[in-house]
Design a binder for this molecule. Structure first.
Ligand code: FES
Length: 125
């Protein structure tokens, strides 16, 4: 059964998201399909997005978890080099159009949680 929108789901410990470090993968059901998602930390804030490029609907990371470019300023798609802003997911360069699907996060007491939406649910086991 679907969870009500804005239900908080535990994702990881705050310490697991390192500033501009490796992304933490997790799975969600988005619009009825299971997708990979990822969480990152940028300028101290945790963000999460569906791992689906807006150029071609495929995962961004060729090397799992490696999403930041060398400057630590952009999330890069390894396939054709689309660049996304870490704090908004908006396309900032390359062949992408629009932005990544954002997943809302909250953080408190050392835990990061993601929040369900009408079209965003946890994977049921
Ligand atoms: S699939 Fe991401 S840039 Fe082409």
């Amino acid at each position: 059964m679907a969870l009500p929108p804005d239900t908080a789901v535990d994702l990881c410990a705050s310490a697991d998201l390192v500033e501009r470090g490796m992304a933490l993968p997790f799975d969600v059901v988005f619009s009825g399909q299971t997708w990979r998602a990822f969480a990152i930390r940028y300028q101290g804030v945790a963000y999460a997005y569906l791992n689906r490029c807006t150029h071609v609907a495929m995962e961004l990371d060729y090397e799992p978890g490696r999403l930041f470019d060398d400057s630590g300023e952009w999330l890069l798609c390894s396939t054709h080099g689309a660049a996304y802003a870490p704090q908004s997911g908006q396309c900032a360069g390359g062949p992408c159009r629009g932005g990544l699907v954002k997943i809302s996060l909250s953080e408190g007491a050392g835990v990061v949680r993601w929040h369900t939406a009408y079209n965003l649910q946890p994977v049921e086991f």
